[in-house]
Design a protein around this ligand. Structure first.
Ligand code: ZN
Length: 126
């Protein structure tokens, strides 16, 4: 039985919030709630264990972007520091909320592609 899983394609599908296997069915039933199974191919998605991983990655990326923004806005807004604080804070929240679903999709896709947790590959018949 051939059970090859294309990691790049799965990640691409996951970043689009689509099923990592077929790329057709939606991955989420609500904002971050993963569906029990794919509507298109029937892949069981309950074995996913993304946990806090997506939030960690999003915080890591957004804080680096916010750090660069603070550096760039320091001199122009030296007289009024509340303006960049407000812009950076709102931007960080908006960017975090926008990035969470695709990053979680990528986590689920990577777990499926690598056969992690309950996504384990079928064992050859012995
Ligand atoms: Zn599918």
């Amino acid at each position: 039985m051939c059970d090859s899983r294309d990691t790049k394609l799965a990640l691409k599908n996951g970043l689009r919030s689509r099923c990592p296997k077929c790329g057709e069915g939606k991955l989420f039933q609500s904002y971050l709630k993963v569906k029990a199974s794919c509507d298109a191919c029937g892949l069981d998605l309950t074995p996913q264990r993304a946990d806090d991983g997506p939030a960690y990655v999003v915080i890591l990326l957004v804080c680096h972007i916010a750090g660069v923004a603070m550096h760039l806005m320091y001199k122009p807004f030296l007289d009024n520091p509340l303006v960049p604080a407000l812009i950076i804070s709102l931007g960080a929240v908006a960017l975090s909320l926008a990035m969470l679903p695709p990053v979680k999709g990528a986590f689920v896709a990577m777990q499926w592609a690598k056969g992690m947790h309950g996504f384990g590959k079928a064992k050859p018949a012995s």
